[in-house]
Write a protein that binds this ligand. Sequence first.
Ligand code: S0N
Length: 266
Amino acid sequence: MELIDTILEKKNGVAKITINRPEVYNAFRAQTIKELIWCFREAWDDNTIGAVILTGTGEKAFCTGGDQKQKDGESGYDGKGGLGNGIGLEIENLHQTIRNIPKPVIAAVNGYAIGGGHVLHVVCDLTIAADTAKFGQSGPKVGSFDAGYGSAYLARIVGEKKAREIWYLCEQYSADECKEMGLVNKVVPLHELQQAAEDWAQKILQKSPTAIKMLKLSFNADSANIQGITQLSMANLALFYQSSESAEGKNAFIEKRPVDFSTFRS
Ligand code: S0N
């Protein structure tokens, strides 16, 4: 596959996958998601690879979720496509691939992890963050939501109250705050981030691959029911994306104006 939005590098038993759209703070479009799934499959199928690092290009952003500027049906905001899930993005498939690949995935969060970009690090096995990184959900601000792994699995990590706070208030949290709530494993200075992720990957590579694989499958089994919740969530999101309420959130962001959801309260 020709990679346009991502970079795949394999070295010393580690696959590093980089979201490479810095002009939009590494927001993803349908092409990006397709490529990410392909990259993870490449790492999955390669027996020389024992761990995967997911990161973003530059110092500003890891990933800021769905690309709010795409209007050509590539964004996932047109209510079409996407493996029949109706949202035009194979998000479900990507989340499931990150969970199912029998090798640990380390998110190296180099900046903003917002919206769908935040969910990406949530579904990774481990998260190492730059001390400059910022985390948060933005769906209710921009007319979107992820009521699957992004909420139900998040609640398992940070607890019900905190997960509700994160989604209802859409605030941003520092790397240290996220470490405090168990959402981040380790915080390092930005210039040490990639090496720190590589060091952890190398430590994993020294362990029994079968033991690691079984442990990952076991951790996953306990929260496997969330896959069904994710499917329900995406089907509902597809309907929501066709509403003027969702459009108001997206348009306000693009037009750089305050959002007005007041007419949609019922
Ligand atoms: C990241 C933020 C907070 C940074 O703010 P800051 O520092 O003020 O910079 P900006 O000037 O706002 O941004 C710099 C440039 O980058 C562009 N940009 C940033 N984010 C996006 C984006 N997501 N899409 C397109 N462009 C983006 C800015 O426009 C700006 O460019 P210029 O200078 O040319 O104007 C701030 O940028 C921010 O809040 N960004 C938006 C975050 C957001 O709302 N993301 C989308 C959230 N929604 C989703 O993720 C839902 C879609 C999705 O992922 C999904 C789909 C289906 C199912 C589930 C999900 C899921 O959520 O998982």
